[in-house]
Design a protein around this ligand. Sequence first.
Ligand code: MHF
Ligand code: KIV
Ligand code: MG
Length: 266
Amino acid sequence: MAIDDRPVTILDFDAWKKQSRKISVLTAYDYATARWLDAAGIDCLLVGDSLGTAVQGRETTLGVTLDQIVYHAEMVARAAKRAFVVADLPFLSYQASRSQAIRSAGRILKETRCQAVKLEGGRRTAAAIRAVVDAEIPVMAHVGLTPQSVRKLGGYKVQRQADAIRADAQAVVEAGAFAIVLECVPAAIAATITAEVPVPTIGIGAGVDCDGQVLVVHDMLGLIEGFRPRFARRYAEIGEAVQQATARYIADVRSGEFPVEAESFR
Ligand SMILES: Nc1nc(=O)c2c([nH]1)NC[C@@H]1CN(c3ccc(C(=O)N[C@@H](CCC(=O)O)C(=O)O)cc3)CN21
Ligand SMILES: CC(C)C(=O)C(=O)O
Ligand SMILES: [Mg+2]
């Protein structure tokens, strides 16, 4: 096995930050997609609660359940030969108590092959992060725009309170997080935090100076109509390709050009 093919572990995140080796992260929700992303060499797969918006067609992530995350995380983690796999803890699976956070995170490690969980929130989530880390479960933190707070925030807006976001990042580091997602924060704030904290920062709409980047795979591949925030660069137009292939199939069925004899049994 070549050195670059060995499975990624939590230790690599520290090493990569020290080496300034940028970390690539994409979301995944199913086995087939996760196989392709892993084969391409992605460092980390996130079974995001963006499941709600990307897969379930909802406006927010609030309705996603822990059972749904476990179902998808099991498939993704089984597909990953090299990538490090993280699962989001969904809304109301960790906010109620430290005990709830440990039990929810524990289910991810017991029922899937995921190596870590991700929780949203900074100072107010630090106690839950500490409790989960004390149960020997690695935690990725997530500060800045936290989509599970959409009702309190009044929408998906860039978060500009530099001192509050810096304090959140410090708090999750002190609580034991091994990495931090920075979502929708001005580039200068993300750069300051990246320089201040000892763990890697993974940006989404957080500028050019983070230690890594994450995107929702449906956004990156052009599978979602309409949703085009400025950070979601499209690397393919798979939705267009699916529509065109489907139109050809329909035309061939109607005209009798599909199937032909070679596609039939006798
Ligand atoms: N498919 C998908 N991709 C995502 O990135 C994503 C989800 N779903 N669901 C959960 C959250 C919601 N996210 C969002 C949604 C909208 C904007 C947005 O419209 N941003 C504006 C900025 C507005 C401002 O200036 O404050 C933009 O123009 O980018 C950003 C992140 C990110 N997350
Ligand atoms: C966008 C990433 C960071 C996420 O939390 C998700 O996909 O749910
Ligand atoms: Mg999420």
